[in-house]
Design a protein around this ligand. Structure first.
Ligand SMILES: C[S@@+](CC[C@H](N)C(=O)[O-])C[C@H]1O[C@@H](n2cnc3c(N)ncnc32)[C@H](O)[C@@H]1O
Length: 198
């Protein structure tokens, strides 16, 4: 299992691009996300900033690593409506974040967790949403080049088939597309999906 806290202590955080996902920024140009938003595995908080400045009423960043939350706290200092929680997404079902959110925003949390926990991920995210709440996800489907070992990770790869099977019982799929913009190196390797909790 990955020791995320240790990676933050060692400043070994190549996922921290110092900016929000370009896919999210593009989405926010033409969509609103009213209500409360949970960002699981928020890391250093770059996406929190973009969501908060887009006019979201309440944005909660959750991360298992205290080191990530400390950086996110620094980057979002003084921003209205942003709060941070150090904790494990998989224990949300029994926690104070259950059924509270109108939105979950996913970006490089799903691909970071062990593949054996993907069903738990779906359960936890569905459990955090109010019925009818939405999951906006930027899935990093293909982190590795074709000549690389596809089983390595994190990040762990995924595909449309797997996503349909995993999310199909808890969510209705409303939108799915290859983003037209991405971080350098991720073009064509990501997928944006909007899903509604059944
Ligand atoms: C690859 S990083 C991505 C961080 C952030 N989404 C970004 O793009 O900058 C994955 C993050 O998920 C967090 N994480 C991993 N497992 C988690 C869990 N079970 N609950 C909450 N956070 C978790 C890690 O600590 C890490 O910050």
């Amino acid at each position: 299992m990955t020791n995320w806290q240790k990676l933050y202590e060692e400043k070994n955080t190549p996922w921290d691009r110092g900016a929000a996902s370009p896919v999210l920024i593009d989405w926010l140009r033409s969509h609103r996300m009213p209500g409360a938003i949970l960002v699981p595995g928020c890391g250093p908080g770059n996406d929190l900033l973009a969501l908060a400045t887009s006019g979201a009423e309440k944005v909660v960043g959750l991360d298992i690593a205290a080191g990530a939350i400390a950086i996110a706290a620094e980057r979002t200092r003084g921003m209205d409506g942003v709060s941070l929680v150090t904790g494990d997404l998989f224990t949300l079902d029994h926690g104070r974040l259950r059924c509270r959110f109108d939105w979950v925003f996913e970006h490089t949390c799903f691909c970071a967790i062990d593949r054996s926990r993907r069903e738990d991920y779906v359960r936890s995210v569905a459990g955090a949403l109010r019925p009818g709440g939405h999951l906006l996800a930027v899935f990093y489907l293909e982190p590795w080049d074709q000549d690389e070992d596809q089983t390595q990770g994190p990040p762990f790869r995924s595909d449309l088939h797997e996503l349909d099977a995993l999310f199909g019982s808890e969510f209705d799929l409303l939108y799915s597309a290859i983003p037209t913009t991405s971080f350098p190196g991720r073009a064509g390797k990501e997928l944006i999906r909007l899903l509604r909790r059944c």
